[in-house]
Design a protein around this ligand. Structure first.
Ligand code: OAD
Length: 260
């Protein structure tokens, strides 16, 4: 297994590794909740936001991911999201996405809440996916309730204006906006009833999504899967320091670790 920080090491004569602790927790779990972020799609070739090469290192978040930015320059915003949409379409789910889809079959109650808008969990076969920040599968009107599907090229910039007087915008939650109420409610409930919470590939700095990891359930065994430490690392039961596409396939709900 990849490097760990030993947070799970106990005082047993033969201490379980962090991975083994997680396996034991999963063996006894009836309900599993997974919070994912852009890191899980890194091995599909999609950039994260804040790390080296991250999108927010070279782009201004307030221009591209806020209602004000869209109001001021919708063509710039759509040009950027159209590029991202094309990248999502070209990407394939990786072994991490596929492992989570497989894991879902082993539990009656298994929920993924993702901050990602790339649809890769759904394309991997996961069924119970809550898209906290929306998706790039559709555009919606800023003025009325109209929606339209987006194809691989996104939205042609000459079609931004909607006939009702509004504008088509990506179906994404931007900074300063609320998460979809029903999605957020379901995510809170799933986090609260979970026996095991997996926090995968997120810097855990964007709220309210990050709160799902540690704020709604004091009882669950929480494991973080991320090559880097995050603000929640010291508060979780177990940290597995490695890429999600390597770590997740080695965790089997039946309780087997392929190799250490
Ligand atoms: P960040 O870029 O903030 O964090 C990505 C995390 O993934 C970091 O902690 C990395 O260490 C980790 N990571 C990198 N490669 C990894 C790998 N191969 N396997 C596992 N983890 C890996 O991205 P998010 O946490 O997703 O919101 O950001 C949250 C939100 O901020 C996004 O949904 C987006 C952004 O602004 C909006 O645009 C509204």
């Amino acid at each position: 297994m990849a490097e760990t920080d030993g947070a799970c090491s106990g005082t047993l004569t033969e201490p379980l590794t962090p991975a083994a602790n997680l396996i034991v927790a999963l063996r006894g779990a009836k309900s599993v909740f997974v919070l994912t972020g852009s890191g899980i799609s890194a091995e599909s070739g999609l950039p994260t936001f804040r790390g080296v090469g991250g999108l927010w290192r070279t782009h201004r978040v307030e221009e591209l991911a806020s209602p004000e930015g869209f109001a001021s320059d919708p063509v710039l915003v759509w040009t950027w999201y159209n590029e991202r949409k094309a990248a999502h379409e070209a990407a394939q789910p990786n072994a991490g996405h596929l492992a989570l889809a497989q894991m879902e079959d082993a539990f009656d109650d298994f929920t993924i809440a993702t901050q990602n808008v790339d649809s890769l969990h759904l394309r991997a076969g996961s069924r119970n996916v809550l898209e906290l920040h929306g998706s790039l599968r559709e555009a919606r009107c800023t003025n009325c309730s109209a929606r339209r599907p987006l194809d691989a090229a996104g939205l042609p910039c000459q079609e931004i204006d909607h006939s009702c007087g509004g504008r088509w915008r990506p179906d994404i939650v931007w900074f300063g906006e609320s998460l979809p109420r029903d999605v957020w409610q379901k995510a809170q409930e799933a986090a609260a009833r979970a026996d095991v919470i997996l926090v995968v590939g997120t810097s855990a700095v964007v709220y309210p999504a990050a709160a799902l990891a540690t704020h709604y359930n004091a009882r669950a065994f929480v494991a973080e899967i991320n090559p880097q430490p995050t603000p929640i690392s010291s508060r979780v039961a177990c940290t597995l320091r490695g890429p999600a596409a390597e770590v997740l396939p080695r965790i089997y709900p039946s309780g087997a670790v392929v190799s250490e």
